[in-house]
Design a protein around this ligand. Structure first.
Ligand SMILES: Nc1ncnc2c1ncn2[C@@H]1O[C@H](COP(=O)(O)OP(=O)(O)OP(=O)(O)O)[C@@H](O)[C@H]1O
Ligand SMILES: O=P(O)(O)OC[C@H]1O[C@H](OP(=O)(O)OP(=O)(O)O)[C@H](O)[C@@H]1O
Ligand SMILES: [Mg+2]
Length: 304
């Protein structure tokens, strides 16, 4: 018998990621930066892990929490919005919680926001009492309404939510917002944020068996290193010794800088691994404080 793709495999880890869409490429490149590579199946729905026994399943993002709940996949990369909404829907149906957010991944940032027509003067959440709110996230909206002590109706739409007020289907909406351009194009304005979202690694609440637990531990160690390194930059510059006291306070996020003496007497060469944002403003401040020949290098690889 040919082994089925959904048969539980206990000696390999299976991660669900979006097949196509906003999270597909960043999810793959993050996992690749953890040293994983894959051989793709002909249908491009399953990628067999080559460097480690960690396979990928390429699916619709909405299906990812359910695949983890059913044990078809061990981990998944999905928006916090989808993970939380699915958890609330399962809870409403009386199911026990089985998955949780393991790590925030630093991409796919957006927020789930309530928006009302531009013409409304927003005075607070009580304005929504008795109104209809169009959304693809009824669980999150109902949870938020309950915390506000407001009774309102949710109208479930799976897409193009922003058009609902103009069509007379609802008075307000609750949808994902990033730049705000879609709201503006539909004469709506955001008034409340219900959830700050980004892509997350989702996994089970229960522990894995020893083989998959070992693989998941290794992957999490590499992932933490990769996430830290993604934000890090190596800053290199030269300065006079007397400038050191002005320069070091400008590097609060740096690991202890390497300071080397130059041959010319009082000159120093500095290298600092910065974990925060290295902005133009910060480089200009360093320059004013006496840094010369500034160089900023991205970091590839692990921080051991
Ligand atoms: N405008 C946005 N800016 C940034 N991130 C967003 C934006 N819209 C959605 N996201 C995040 O990206 C996730 C995936 O969005 P996408 O539009 O690719 O999903 P989808 O159309 O539901 O895809 P699928 O075909 O897999 O069901 C969302 O669940 C959310 O977490
Ligand atoms: O604030 P903005 O930058 O305008 O982004 C917000 C829009 O992005 C998402 O839609 P998407 O583009 O994925 O279209 P869809 O809902 O039809 O999939 C979301 O559902 C909003 O409509
Ligand atoms: Mg989807």
């Amino acid at each position: 018998m040919t082994p089925s793709i959904t048969a539980p495999t206990r000696d390999r880890l299976r991660i669900a990621i979006q097949k196509s869409g906003r999270l597909a490429d960043p999810a793959r490149s993050l996992l690749a930066s953890c040293g994983l590579s894959w051989r793709e199946s002909r249908d491009r729905l399953f990628c067999f892990g080559e460097t480690l026994p960690v396979d990928l399943l390429l699916v619709r993002d909405d299906d990812i929490p359910g695949l983890i709940a059913d044990g078809v996949c061990d981990l998944g990369v999905v928006g916090r919005n989808v993970l939380t909404e699915t958890g609330l829907a399962r809870e409403a149906a009386g199911a026990q919680p089985v998955f949780r957010e393991w790590r925030a991944l630093g991409f796919g940032q957006c927020r789930l926001a309530l928006a009302v027509p531009d013409a409304w003067t927003w005075e607070g959440a009580q304005q929504l009492a008795g109104k209809r709110i169009a959304t693809s996230y009824p669980g999150l909206v109902r949870q938020w309404l309950a915390t506000q002590g407001i009774e309102a109706e949710t109208v479930l739409l799976s897409g193009s939510v922003e058009i609902a007020p103009r069509l007379g289907q609802a008075e307000a909406i609750c949808d994902l917002v990033s730049s705000g351009a879609t709201l503006a194009a539909n004469q709506l304005k955001p008034v409340e944020t219900i959830l700050e979202s980004e892509a997350v690694l989702a996994g089970p609440i229960a522990e894995f068996d020893p083989v998959r637990a070992g693989l998941a531990d290794l992957l999490m160690r590499r992932l933490d290193g990769a996430l830290k390194v993604r934000k890090s930059k190596l800053l290199m510059f030269q300065a006079q010794r007397e400038a050191l006291a002005r320069l070091l306070p400008l590097l609060p996020d740096a690991e202890t800088p390497t300071v080397m003496r130059l041959d010319d007497g009082d000159g120093l060469a500095l290298q600092a691994l910065c974990h925060g944002a290295v902005t133009w403003q910060r480089l200009e401040e360093l320059k004013r404080a006496g840094a010369r020949g500034l160089m900023v290098l991205p970091i590839e690889g692990m921080l051991a």
